[in-house]
Structure formats: structure tokens, C-alpha cells
Ligand binder design. Structure first.
Ligand code: PGA
Length: 250
């Protein structure tokens, strides 16, 4: 079941998400427990990370008890490439908070043995106790992580071929669509469904149609995000534009 929360704008929306992440981290830390966060990249979560950095600086939120696992990474890009997702996470969050570097995980886009890398990633998530809260964006293809359609609950961390829509949507970051990698390593839809809580963020009218399909059309591999309807604790955090095509209040 997906719970939809509509906010007047993304700034208000990310404040509520950051506050709930901060609460989770603090409550678990008070009990001596670590918090395992699943993190996303792309333009959508940038203001969320800015708000978490602000909470660290101004409100004493510590990430010393936090372990992170990112959803995905482009194949062929190393941590020093300015479009790699490891680089993104360092710039947007990790360099600005007190997280322990070895507790941050992003799939290795340069792994020689990709199958072994993916199995090791799944094993590391399991060893950490599973993901407490996974942050997601959504692509116009209905992808979560880089799970392009068709993809369903049986999929786990693996290498995938990127949809041309996604490559074009991400071309502006690379300056030229030809520079956008054709492959990526991503957690699977099944890996995401195993997370204890899922929070999907979407802003703007460009996401309205895929948000409507994900929430209101029966789950199908043709829209991987629609499988989130089968999750027991999934919130969609939207601005009014991204919620505009929903037929009712959820
Ligand atoms: P975006 O990408 O945040 O850049 O819109 C979202 C996604 O592809 O998951």
C-alpha cells in the first residue's frame, strides 16, 4: 500500500522527510542501534541532502551511527568521475557530515567481476541487518534505482541496460547523450521491496503521469515502481505538480 503525501513545494516536502530520517537515526542511536539508510542520486534528492547537512550543522544530527547503501552506479565510471554516483554522494552529503567513510556503500562501477560485485553488495546489506529506510526517486520510465521496465520483485542487484529515455533524461549532466553510459549496476526491485520503509520523492509535472501509473494502476513489470504497492510501509512524497494526475486522495 502506498501512502501519498502532497506538499505545496519540494522545500517543504524535504523538510518533513529529513525530520523523519533524523528522528529514526536519533531513536535508534538512543537504543545503541545503528541506522541503515538506502540512498538515491539524481536531481530529486539534492534538497533532501542539503537539509540533512543543515540538520547536522545546526541541530547536532550525527551520522556516526549510520550505514548507507546507494541504489546504483553507472558501469564504467570510477569514484573520481564527476558523474559517478559515488562522486555525487561525496559532494552532496558524505563530505559534509560525520558518517564513517567505510560505512558508506555505492556499487563499484569498475568491478571486473560484476556478478561477484552484485552478490557481495546483497551480502553486505544483509550483514548490516537490512535497510531501515530507503530513499527513492522515480524515472519517467517508471524505474526505481536503475530498474528499467520490464523489472519485477524477483530482480536483485545486477547489471542492467539503461533505457534510451533515461539516457536522454540524464544527458544534461554529461553534456552530451553520447557520454551517458549504456549500463549500470542497480539494486533490484526485490532488494528495494525488502527495505523496512521506502520513501519515494517526486517533483514537478514531468513526473505526474508516472506517479499516477505507479500508484493507481495494478502492479506490473512494465512500471517497476508500481510494485511498491505491495510494500507494507511505502510513502510517496510529492509536490502538487507531481500529484496533479492522481484521480483521488490516497
Ligand atoms: P531525477 O531522476 O531525480 O534526476 O529526476 C530520478 C530517477 O531517475 O530515479
Amino acid at each position: 500500500m502506498i501512502h501519498v503525501h502532497v506538499h505545496p513545494d519540494k522545500a517543504t516536502a524535504v523538510k518533513s522527510v529529513a525530520a523523519s530520517i533524523a528522528k529514526l537515526i536519533r531513536e535508534r542511536a538512543a537504543k545503541g542501534q545503528r541506522t541503515v539508510l538506502g540512498l538515491a542520486t539524481g536531481s530529486t534528492p539534492i534538497p533532501l541532502y542539503a537539509e540533512l547537512v543543515r540538520l547536522h550543522r545546526e541541530d547536532g544530527l550525527s551520522f556516526r551511527t549510520v550505514t548507507t547503501f546507494n541504489l546504483d552506479e553507472y558501469s564504467g565510471l570510477g569514484p573520481d568521475h564527476d558523474q559517478s554516483y559515488r562522486y555525487f554522494m561525496q559532494q552532496q552529503l558524505f563530505n559534509h557530515v560525520d558518517v564513517t567513510p567505510s560505512e558508506t556503500h555505492v556499487p563499484n562501477g569498475l568491478a571486473k567481476d560484476v556478478v561477484a560485485e552484485c552478490a557481495a553488495y546483497e551480502a553486505a546489506i544483509k550483514k548490516a541487518g537490512g535497510i531501515d529506510l530507503q530513499v527513492l526517486g522515480i524515472g519517467r520510465t517508471g524505474h526505481i534505482g536503475f530498474n528499467e521496465p520490464p523489472a519485477g520483485p524477483s530482480t536483485r542487484t545486477r547489471q542492467v541496460h539503461l533505457d534510451e529515455v533515461t539516457r536522454r533524461d540524464n544527458a544534461s549532466f554529461f553534456g552530451d547523450v553520447a557520454k551517458v553510459p549504456h549500463h549500470a549496476v542497480t539494486m533490484g526491485v526485490g532488494t528495494i521491496l525488502d527495505c523496512r520503509r521506502v520513501v519515494l520523492l517526486a517533483w514537478g509535472e514531468g513526473k505526474a503521469e508516472i506517479v499516477q501509473r505507479s500508484v493507481e494502476v495494478a502492479p506490473a513489470d512494465s512500471c517497476p515502481a508500481s510494485w511498491l504497492q505491495q510494500h507494507t510501509a511505502c510513502d510517496f512524497i510529492l509536490d502538487t505538480a507531481a500529484a496533479a494526475k492522481l484521480s483521488k486522495t490516497h
